[in-house]
Design a protein around this ligand. Structure first.
Ligand code: HEC
Length: 245
């Protein structure tokens, strides 16, 4: 026991505390070891920093390989296996992949070609094909698709003052072609097949929506559009939307 601990009421002056209660200093090798360890932890940091700020012509290291890397050809890649040097094989002439025959002109195209003497003419079908059942479900689907794909230009009532049109007018776009007013007698008289074809292939300045809208959905839009036209007053041709509403 130290002199300090023996006393009943020790007076802790700084001098006495330092002398009597001093904890032992760590030995030099412990300090040295600690310094080495601390500096050692900088090595990975340095390596990471260096890797992140250097360039390499080698591909990145892919740690977890899973099934990401497989021997296969990407689109347009060449191959030495075939004489023509192409990896992608062209379909054999005269063949059609299963389910891609699309013989039903009415359903897939909305028109068919007819021979009139020497000339070939296009004739649009004037109805929704029989295999498309026009019921409330289809009309609801058509409305939904119309609201997604057509409303921006043709507006929810079909008159052609959609938001995109209004914006173009605000910006005074000189080359803007206004979306057709779908409520005119002219468009009402269009055969269903022609509307279907216009949606898929586009018409003049309107883009085609074949890739975004399936065949069935395009017919649903046609059916809905006919219903929409019937619910709206006939628009006169002069009232074609040239100004914002
Ligand atoms: C990006 C704007 C835009 C969208 C979206 C759009 N249209 Fe059009 N649509 C136009 C324009 C512009 C015209 C007029 C094209 C022209 O005369 O050059 C047009 C014309 C039409 C016509 C008249 C075609 C004809 O025979 O004269 C129909 C029908 C039509 N659109 C239906 C639709 C339907 C249905 C959709 C939705 C699937 C749709 N449009 C989506 C811009 C659009």
């Amino acid at each position: 026991m130290t002199e300090y601990q023996q006393e009943q009421f020790p007076i802790p002056t700084p001098g006495r505390l330092r002398r009597e209660l001093r904890l032992r200093k760590p030995p030099w090798w412990m300090v040295a070891g600690l310094i080495v360890v601390i500096i050692g932890t900088w090595i990975p940091l340095y390596l990471i920093y260096k890797k992140r700020n250097s360039y390499s012509t080698q591909p990145k290291i892919h740690y977890i390989q899973d099934m990401d890397l497989q021997p296969g050809f990407r689109a347009q890649q060449p191959s030495t296996l075939f004489d023509d040097g192409r990896a992608a094989r062209a379909p054999i002439a005269g063949t059609v992949a299963r389910g891609h025959l699309k013989q039903d002109d009415h359903y897939y195209r909305g028109y068919h070609t007819v021979r009139k003497g020497a000339a070939e003419m296009i004739e649009f079908f004037d109805s929704v094909p029989g295999r498309v059942k026009v019921d409330n479900k289809l009309l609801a689907r058509g409305r939904e698709r119309y609201d997604i794909f057509c409303v921006v230009c043709h507006d929810s009532n079909g008159a052609g003052s959609g938001l995109l049109h209004q914006r173009a007018l605000t910006l005074k776009e000189t080359k803007w072609v206004p979306p057709t007013n779908l409520l005119t007698q002219e468009i009402r008289d269009r055969p269903a097949g022609q509307i279907f074809q216009a949606i898929g292939d586009g018409v003049r300045n309107m883009p085609g929506y074949k890739t975004q809208i399936s065949v069935e959905d395009r017919w649903a839009i046609v059916a809905y559009l006919k219903q929409l036209q019937a619910s709206q007053p006939v628009a006169s041709v002069e009232k074609k939307t040239k100004t914002a509403k």
